[in-house]
Design a protein around this ligand. Sequence first.
Ligand code: MN3
Length: 202
Amino acid sequence: MSFELPQLPYSFDALEPWIDAKTVEIHYTKHHITYLTNLNNALSSLPAFAGQSIEEILSHLEAVPETVRTAVRNNGGGYYNHIVYWNVMGANKGGEPLGKLAKAIETSFGGFTALKEQVEKAGLGRFGSGWAWLSKKTDGSLLVHSTPNQDTPLAEGLIPVIGVDVWEHAYYLKYQNRRAEYLTNWWNLVNWEEAERRYLEA
Ligand code: MN3
């Protein structure tokens, strides 16, 4: 068994002008696929993991043999995190959170403005490479947090609702060192239907 690269749910230029087509193309066809390839290589000698979902594997990294655990953590994380990232964005999206997720954001943070501030702060505060997340805890409440490198919320027992990649490869061609501007503009891309679906499913 091996994992596969899900199709990008839109064309490379769909996220313009907020994320340029070249960045999306390189990010998906070079970076994302490399995580996938390295994940499959790491798991190729472990038939016991065949049939497990990527979510199961990343939620129980301690069960992965030590010889490949770091490879699975980094590349499995990269594989999974980017699937979340692509799917919580879209063309002509943005706007405000919807439905039950909007209510939960109100309860946990006091509203969308406060959520945006916390996510942008988490993304800006991540030194080096990583991610900023809105995640759901097991008790149903919401949390804004950041993970380094390709670590996932799953490894902390959290379910990601939305996540923004703050590795330089996600924004450097268009924004260079201006991570703050990328984060502010990113809200124009968030697919709140998908975010609510993830929140309700989690
Ligand atoms: Mn990336």
